[in-house]
Design a protein around this ligand. Structure first.
Ligand SMILES: Cc1cc2nc3c(=O)[nH]c(=O)nc-3n(C[C@H](O)[C@H](O)[C@H](O)COP(=O)(O)OP(=O)(O)OC[C@H]3O[C@@H](n4cnc5c(N)ncnc54)[C@H](O)[C@@H]3O)c2cc1C
Length: 287
């Protein structure tokens, strides 16, 4: 049981992790060592204090150096679900369960929109985790909706289990070619089924499938943690970065505009102070 779980490794998550470390908290941090696409892809950053005209790649290297120098570990797993048990929270990430008394969501904004039926059928044929749920689809026909070539290894894993994969990508240069994969450029408009997934609709055609895997960087926070109050795709927070769920805080792009590094890092810092205050009030520790 950790004091804090931070989900997301963009500027908001980095700032939260550095602050949690400085305050000597016991925390676990989920993300990746590439940190964030939105850092890596930036051409030139003119408005980050102390790093004038830095490229995204340079900023990524500087952040990583600071994380390593601080002795912080990034748990390189995607969190697929978070459950609220009142006194604590449990997160499912690639077949493991992690627990913490507080949560800071710094998950950024999803670049792919949610598809009709996705949230409703989550856990009933819709999955965000190939490793966790792939085995359920042995010799079955499934759909995979993929937002980045970095997930193609997972598609390969699924293609060894499923009889056929209908692959929908948001990018053109697909590098995975197997006899049992049919590739379409674009997203299905709808996932169909009453109690369970039965098909997907693409360009007006219904394709029967038993399950749909979404392989993408960011899951809608309202789906990740049910009960979060959202508005226009953003998590509603107050100035202390508190969400509608006690013990859960949010920071960065996922809380709303402007989408900026400095806003994200500032909110990440505030969220940790609020988590500390929450822990103190609940007498979990004295820090
Ligand atoms: C090309 C480009 C250029 C930009 N230039 C500037 C600029 O010059 N100045 C400026 O101020 N802003 C700029 N921005 C905006 C800035 O990048 C964002 O505001 C900032 O990155 C937001 O940080 P964040 O931490 O909220 O989210 P993100 O940077 O989006 O990071 C979120 C991270 O969390 C991870 N994550 C999400 N869900 C999960 C999960 N369930 N489990 C584990 N990890 C998860 C994601 O993979 C991602 O790595 C630019 C953005 C782009 C795309």
């Amino acid at each position: 049981m950790h004091d804090l779980m931070i989900v997301g490794s963009g500027p908001a998550g980095i700032s939260a992790a550095l602050t949690a470390k400085a305050r000597n908290m016991d925390f676990i941090w989920f993300g990746s060592r590439s940190l964030s696409n939105k850092i890596e892809k930036a051409e030139k950053i003119m408005n980050y204090p102390g790093l004038p005209g830095v490229t995204g790649k340079q900023m990524q290297d500087i952040f990583l150096q600071q994380i390593d120098d601080s002795g912080i570990t990034i748990t390189q797993s995607q969190v697929n679900s978070i459950y609220d048990f009142g006194e604590y929270f449990a997160a499912g990430a690639e077949n493991e369960i992690y627990e913490a008394r507080t949560v800071i969501l710094t998950v950024g904004m999803a670049t792919t929109r949610e598809i009709e039926g996705e949230a409703r059928l989550l856990g009933s044929g819709v999955s965000y985790c190939a490793t966790c749920d792939g085995a359920l689809y042995k010799n079955k026909e499934i759909a995979v909706v993929c937002s980045s070539p970095k997930y193609e290894q997972e598609i390969s894993f699924l293609s060894d289990i499923a009889s056929h994969i209908y692959l929908f990508t948001t990018y053109k240069n697909v590098n995975i070619h197997k006899d049992n994969i049919t590739w379409y450029l674009g997203l299905p408009s709808c996932i169909n089924g009453d109690a369970r997934v039965s098909s997907v609709t693409f360009k007006g055609n219904e394709i029967p499938v038993s399950g749909v895997f979404f392989l993408k960087d960011s899951i809608n926070p309202g789906v990740l943690l049910s009960g979060l109050d959202m508005a226009d795709g953003h998590i509603i927070v107050n100035r202390a970065q508190e969400t509608s769920i006690k013990g859960v805080f949010a920071a960065g792009d996922c809380t709303g505009r402007p989408y900026q590094y400095t806003k994200a890092t500032g909110e990440g810092n505030v969220a940790v102070h609020s988590a500390l205050e929450y822990l103190k009030q609940h007498k979990y520790n004295n820090k």
